[in-house]
Design a protein around this ligand. Structure first.
Ligand SMILES: [Mg+2]
Length: 404
């Protein structure tokens, strides 16, 4: 099934926020970091400065550069605002430090099949409402969307149409492929392999021999196919799904059903990325726009829907106290770790039951990925199926932008 994914990345994030906070820094080479550059403005990059460079060296290359230590809390507030704008495009977003993926699949109808327009509007809104420049990419999966935005940096916008992804990545240098770092890139160079198209000529076994598990991922990725995370850097900060109700409601079944459905969507992505979660947050917005939220944590990381749902129901009890109808609910998973570290599970007899459940959810995921999300309706989600229209991708959720 064709997907549409939007990826955005804020240009020179920390440095840009500092320039925004102190207009005297505008147009000047600004460095944020201690010891090494965490982020530097485009004015600084003209001197060859880049993230990861030692500040001592940067000062030699550009003596007039201004060095700031930075303030994490402020940066987090700014990204929260941007992620909120992103949420108005689609209920499905995966956030990282200063970037996010937004799954627009299933929202095509909402935008009359013109995904480019809302994507451009998003970029405009970030500029107008937050004052920052974001580079935006569109593609058939997360990887292609990110490669598109990377190729458009800075201040850019690039959309790769479905079917064009292989052509788009072919001519790019090997280092453009996620998972090909400096070390892997150097090995390719030794074999005189310089472009992604040239990687495609290698059989999977050679790639595996050279790079192990990463080689198998490279085999998929050089064909324009996305794979699950393979290193810590690729782990998202959070995965969230939220939606406004078609009609504001106080109906408990409907509310629980929607939370169940959103949790299922988020958990599907979690397993697709081969991650486990340790915290889940429930957000509600009343019809008078007052919001409340609660976070529940797990003793151990999990990827089992029923455990997450149980915690969400605890959270609902805590947050839904007023007798006012709800307008929006949102589910956010966070505190991730990669699945591989969790595989000792089956060593314990008492975990046999757990293992069975994991297998069940995996088979549900694979059916859904093939036939669409709504091909299987589980548990309480059935409570909302009566009231919502469906397409093969899933229920057609109302996006906040439609209700304004
Ligand atoms: Mg950035």
């Amino acid at each position: 099934m064709n997907k549409t994914v939007l990826h955005f990345d804020i240009d020179a994030f920390f440095a840009s926020v500092e320039q925004l906070r102190n207009p005297a820094l505008k147009g000047k080479p600004v460095i944020v970091g201690a010891g090494v550059i965490a982020s530097c403005s485009y004015e600084a990059r003209k001197y060859g400065l880049h993230a990861g460079m030692s500040i001592a060296k940067a000062k030699k290359l550009c003596p007039k550069a201004l060095v700031l230590e930075g303030n994490c809390q402020i940066y987090r507030c700014v990204t929260d605002r941007i992620f909120e704008i992103c949420h108005s495009l689609s209920p499905s977003i995966e956030t990282y430090l200063d970037e996010a993926y937004c799954d627009l699949s299933g929202t095509e109808m909402v935008y009359h099949n013109d995904i480019i327009k809302p994507a451009r509007e998003f970029k405009e809104r970030v500029k107008n409402e937050v004052g920052l420049s974001a580079t935006v990419g569109l593609g058939v999966n997360r990887m292609v969307a990110k490669m598109a935005s990377k190729s458009a940096k800075p201040f850019g916008f690039r959309a790769i149409k479905a079917g064009d992804e292989t052509g788009f990545i072919s001519s790019l240098p090997v280092e453009s492929l996620p998972g090909v770092g400096r070390k892997t890139g150097a090995i390719f160079k030794k074999f005189n392999i310089n472009t992604i198209e040239e990687i495609r000529k290698l059989p999977i076994d050679s790639l595996k021999t050279l790079f192990g598990q990463n080689g198998a991922a490279i085999y998929e990725r050089c064909r324009g196919r996305d794979t699950h995370v393979i290193n810590e850097r690729e782990i998202p900060k959070s995965i969230s799904r939220e939606t406004t109700f078609h009609k504001e409601t106080t109906n408990r079944d409907e509310i629980e059903g929607m939370i169940h459905y959103l949790a299922e969507r988020a958990m599907n992505t979690l397993r697709e990325l081969k991650l486990l979660t340790k915290a889940v947050n429930l957000k509600i917005r009343y019809s008078d726009f007052i919001e409340d939220a609660a976070t529940r944590r797990f003793v151990e990381h999990t990827n089992i829907d029923s455990e997450v749902f149980e915690r969400l129901m605890d959270a609902l009890k805590i947050v839904y106290k007023r007798r006012v109808s709800l307008r929006l609910v949102g589910v956010t998973l966070s505190n991730f770790k990669m699945e591989s570290a969790h595989e000792q599970l089956s060593l314990f007899e008492s975990d046999k039951e757990k293992e069975k459940r994991i297998k069940l959810y995996r088979s549900v995921d694979s059916i859904r990925n093939k036939y669409g999300f709504s091909s299987i309706i589980m548990g309480q989600s059935i409570n909302i199926s009566r009231n919502l229209e469906q397409d093969s991708y899933g229920y057609i959720l109302r996006t906040p932008s439609l209700t304004k």
